[in-house]
Design a protein around this ligand. Structure first.
Ligand code: ADP
Ligand code: MG
Length: 731
C-alpha cells in the first residue's frame, strides 16, 4: 500500500533533521511524557514517534520493545496528515488503513491507537505522541485535552533539544573561532617576537652602517687629502705626470707642466689623442710607437724623442711609462713621467764634443809636432838655398814655388796647433773693429766679385784677445761663408755689437761667465746646413767639401780659439736660406791702448859661440847655418847627453845654448837645468814648435832667457838671440 505523504514532505524532513534527535539516546524528559500520557489515557503503550523518510523512530517508548518500525506499518504516518486535530483509531481491525498492518495482525496485536501530531513553530508535523492498546476503545475529551497538552510539552522538549543542538554548534563554532583566535594570537606573538628581533638587527645594522659611513667619511677625507697632496706634487713638479687608459688612446690626466714644456694645452691633449702624436717629431714617431708597444711585454717603457712646440721650437723629452695593474693582474692604467731634457742634452753634447775635440786635438797636435820639425828643416834649407841660388832666375823661380807651398804647409800646421790649443796665444787688449777691417781687406782679395761684403760696425768695448787668432777666426768663417755662396750673388755680412749675456745665452753656453760681451756675427745667404751637418761642423777634419777644397779644420780652429778666449760660438742655419755664426768675446773693462811695437832691423852677431842642441839632424843643421849667417859661431849637437858632456868639459866655452824641448833621453828643460847647475849665468833659449807645459813665463821662472818658436823666421831668430845674449836687466 502506498504511503500517503504531507504536501511539504521535503521541507518537513529538512526541519526534522535540524533537531538532531534521530537515533539519539533516550532522555528522562521524553520518558516522563510517555509515562504521563499512558497513565492519563490508561493504555499499556505510549510512544514519542518521529517520522522520517522511511521509518518511524521512537525517542521514548513505554510498553513497546522495537526501537523503530517501517513507515508502511506506522500509524503516526497518518497522524501527521491531520494538521493539529490528531488521529484516533478505535479498532484497527475495522479500519481499512490498518486492518492488514502486521502490528495489528501479528505480534503486538494492536487494536487501538490515538496520536497527537508534534507540530513545530514553522507548522511542520515532525512525528506524534501516541498511546496504543491491545483492545478497542476511545479517549474521553479530558484525555484528548491532556494528550494535546502533552503533545505541546513534547514539542517544547524537542525545541529545547534543537536549541541545545544549536547551542552546542555555536559553542563548537566559538571554540573553533577561539582556537583560531589563539592560533592567530600565537602567530601574532611570534611575528611580534620576529619584529622585535628584526628591530634589534636593524638597530645593529644601523650602527654598523653609521660606522661604515664614518669610515667612509674618514676615508673620503683621507682620499681628498691624498688627492690634494698628489695634485700639489703633480702641479708643482717640473716633470709632466700623466695617466692614460691601457690603449694609450685616451689621456685621463696630465699635469700642468705639460703646457709649459709642450707649449700646448692640457685640455686639447685630453680631448684628442691626435694632439700627442702630432707634437712628436716625425723622425722620432716610429721609435716612440715601438717603445710604447714594448709596454705590453715588459710592463714599462723608456724613450727619448723630440717634440715640436706650436711656436716651432724643438725640445728633447725623456718619457717613461709604467703599467698599473688591478688585483687580477690586468693592466688598467698606464702612468708616466715625461721630462724636458733639452738643456741636459745640450750640456752633454757640449761635454761630448769637448772630449772628442780634446782627444782629436792631442792626436793632431802630436802629428803637427813631427810635421813642424820637418817643416823647420824645409824652410831653413829653402832660405839657405835661396841665398846660394844668387842670380839663377829659373832656380829662384822653383825655389819661390817651393817656398809658397811650404808656406801653405806652415799655415796648415799653425791651424792644427791653434785648434789643438797646444800653443796658447798670448792675449792683449784688442779692438775688434780694427782686426775685422784688416781681415776683411785680406778676405776681399780671395772672395769672388759677385759676392758683396757688408759691414755694420758700432763702437764696441775692447776685448782681451790675440789679434792674430781673431784674424784667423774671421778668415776661417769668411772663407766658409763665401764658399757656401760660390754659385750665387750672395751677401756676406759682418756685424759687431755689444750687449749683456742674457739667461738664454748662458743656458745654451755654460762655458760663458755672466757679464758683458762683444758679439761678432758673420752671416751669409748661402746653402745653409741641415741638422746632421750642424751637429758635426766643429769636429776636426769634418768637411762636406770635395777633396782638396776643404780640410775640415776651419771651424775646429775657430772653436779652439774661442775657447782660449773664454768666449762662445752660436750657429743659426737653414738649408737654402743661409747661415749666421755669432762669436761672443767677454768685454774688457776700458783700458788705454798700448803703444804699437816698432819692428827692429835684423840684429847681427859678433862671433859669439852658440851651442845648438836638436835631436832632429836637419833642424840642427839648418839652425846652425842660419845662425852662422847671422854672424855667430855655432856648435851643433843632436844628442842632449853629449851636449851636457861638452859643457861639463868647459862651462865657459859658450855664450848661449839653444836647445830643443822635446828630445829622447834628456828633454830640453832638464838639460837646461843641468847646465844652469854647471854655470848659473849661462844664457839658455828653449826652442819649441808647440808646448802645453812650456810657456814663456815658465821658461823665465826656470832661469832660461826665453822661448824660440819653431819654425822661425830669420827676423825672429835674430831678435830672440840678440835679446838672449843681452845682459840681464838691460839691453
Ligand atoms: P771646411 O771648410 O774645410 O770644410 P770647416 O771646419 O771650415 O771645414 O767647415 C766644416 C763644414 O761646415 C763645411 O764643410 C761645411 O759643410 C760646413 N759649413 C761651415 N760653414 C758653413 C757656411 N757658412 N755655410 C754652409 N756650410 C758651412
Ligand atoms: Mg772652412
Amino acid at each position: 500500500m502506498k504511503i500517503p505523504l504531507p504536501p511539504n514532505e521535503e521541507q518537513r524532513l529538512t526541519a526534522l533533521r535540524q533537531y538532531g534527535v534521530l537515533d539519539s539516546p533516550s532522555e528522562q524528559a521524553f520518558d516522563d511524557l510517555t509515562l504521563l500520557a499512558a497513565q492519563i489515557c490508561q493504555t499499556p503503550i505510549s510512544l514519542v514517534s518521529l517520522v522520517d523518510e522511511a521509518r518511524q523512530w521512537f525517542k521514548a517508548k513505554l510498553g513497546f520493545d522495537q526501537p523503530e518500525t517501517s513507515r508502511e506499518t506506522s500509524f503516526c504516518t497518518y497522524t501527521i496528515l491531520t494538521g493539529s486535530a490528531g488521529l484516533e483509531v478505535p479498532d484497527a481491525r475495522e479500519d481499512p488503513r490498518f486492518a492488514a498492518n502486521p502490528l495489528v495482525t501479528e505480534g503486538e496485536q494492536i487494536q487501538f491507537y490515538a496520536g497527537m501530531p508534534l507540530i513545530n513553530p514553522e507548522g511542520h508535523a515532525l512525528g506524534a505522541l501516541c498511546v496504543m492498546d491491545r483492545k478497542p476503545r476511545v479517549l474521553s475529551p479530558d484525555q484528548w485535552a491532556a494528550m494535546a497538552a502533552l503533545g505541546r510539552q513534547t514539542m517544547a522538549q524537542l525545541e529545547i533539544c534543537k536549541q541545545a543542538l544549536q547551542l552546542s554548534k555555536e559553542v563548537a563554532k566559538r571554540e573553533l573561532a577561539e582556537a583560531r583566535l589563539s592560533e592567530e594570537c600565537r602567530n601574532l606573538a611570534q611575528q611580534q617576537a620576529e619584529a622585535q628581533r628584526l628591530l634589534v638587527v636593524a638597530a645593529k645594522s644601523r650602527l654598523a652602517l653609521l660606522s661604515v659611513l664614518e669610515d667612509e667619511r674618514r676615508a673620503g677625507k683621507h682620499l681628498r687629502e691624498s688627492e690634494e697632496r698628489f695634485r700639489q706634487l703633480a702641479e708643482h713638479i717640473d716633470e709632466v705626470f700623466w695617466i692614460t687608459d691601457p690603449t694609450l688612446q685616451e689621456r685621463i690626466y696630465v699635469s700642468p707642466a705639460y703646457e709649459k714644456i709642450w707649449g700646448r694645452s692640457c685640455v686639447d691633449l685630453v680631448r684628442t689623442s691626435q694632439e700627442w702624436q702630432e707634437a712628436i717629431h716625425p723622425e722620432d714617431r716610429e721609435q716612440v710607437e715601438q717603445a710604447v708597444a714594448s709596454l705590453k711585454r715588459s710592463g714599462a717603457f723608456d724613450v727619448c724623442f723630440r717634440i715640436r712646440r706650436t711656436d716651432g721650437t724643438e725640445r728633447w723629452i725623456h718619457d717613461r711609462g709604467f703599467a698599473v695593474r688591478n688585483n687580477d693582474g690586468a693592466v688598467y692604467r698606464v702612468a708616466g713621467l715625461a721630462e724636458d731634457t733639452t738643456d741636459q742634452r745640450v750640456l752633454e753634447e757640449q761635454i761630448r764634443s769637448a772630449q772628442k775635440m780634446e782627444s782629436l786635438g792631442q792626436l793632431a797636435g802630436g802629428i803637427a809636432h813631427d810635421f813642424n820639425n820637418i817643416l823647420g828643416g824645409l824652410t831653413g834649407f829653402l832660405y839657405l838655398a835661396k841665398l846660394e841660388a844668387g842670380e839663377q832666375p829659373v832656380l829662384m823661380d822653383y825655389l819661390e814655388n817651393i817656398a809658397s807651398c811650404s808656406q801653405r804647409a806652415v799655415d796648415l800646421v799653425k791651424q792644427i796647433l791653434a785648434f789643438s790649443r797646444q800653443d796658447k796665444p798670448e792675449k792683449e787688449p784688442v779692438r775688434l773693429n780694427l782686426v775685422l777691417l784688416e781681415a776683411l781687406k785680406l778676405l776681399r782679395a780671395s772672395v769672388p766679385a759677385n759676392i758683396r761684403i757688408q759691414t755694420e760696425l758700432t763702437e764696441v768695448p775692447m776685448v782681451q784677445a790675440n789679434a792674430t787668432a781673431v784674424h784667423q777666426v774671421i778668415m776661417n768663417l769668411g772663407t766658409n761663408a763665401w764658399q757656401a755662396m760660390a754659385d750665387q750673388n750672395g751677401l756676406l755680412k759682418c756685424e759687431l755689437t755689444a750687449g749683456k749675456a742674457d739667461a738664454e745665452l748662458l743656458i745654451r753656453h755654460p762655458e760663458l761667465r755672466p757679464g758683458n760681451y762683444v758679439r761678432l756675427s758673420i752671416s751669409d745667404t748661402g746653402c745653409g746646413m741641415d741638422r746632421a751637418t750642424l751637429e758635426r761642423i766643429f769636429e776636426p777634419f769634418f768637411t762636406t767639401k770635395e777633396v782638396g777644397q776643404g780640410t775640415g779644420l776651419g771651424l775646429a780652429v775657430v772653436h779652439g780659439i774661442m775657447k782660449t778666449h773664454e768666449g762662445a760660438i752660436a750657429v743659426e742655419s737653414e738649408p737654402g736660406v743661409g747661415t749666421t755664426f755669432h762669436l761672443y768675446f767677454p768685454e774688457l773693462p776700458s783700458q788705454p791702448l798700448p803703444a804699437p811695437v816698432q819692428a827692429a832691423p835684423i840684429a847681427r852677431g859678433r862671433g859669439q859661440h852658440i851651442l845648438l842642441v836638436d835631436d832632429e839632424a836637419a833642424i840642427a843643421c839648418v839652425g846652425k847655418l842660419m845662425l852662422e849667417r847671422l854672424g855667430y859661431l855655432v856648435t851643433s849637437q843632436t844628442n842632449p847627453l853629449e851636449a851636457l858632456a861638452t859643457v861639463q868639459r868647459d862651462p865657459t866655452a859658450f855664450d848661449l845654448v839653444i836647445t830643443d824641448l822635446t828630445m829622447p833621453g834628456l828633454n830640453g828643460e832638464k838639460l837646461g837645468r843641468e847646465l844652469l847647475q854647471l854655470r848659473p849665468d849661462l844664457p839658455i833659449l828653449i826652442a819649441t814648435g808647440f808646448s802645453v807645459v812650456m810657456t814663456p813665463r815658465r821658461a823665465l821662472e826656470a832661469g832660461f832667457r826665453g822661448l824660440l818658436a819653431k819654425p822661425t823666421s830669420m827676423q825672429t831668430l835674430a831678435e830672440t838671440v840678440r835679446l838672449a845674449l843681452a845682459p840681464v836687466g838691460g839691453e
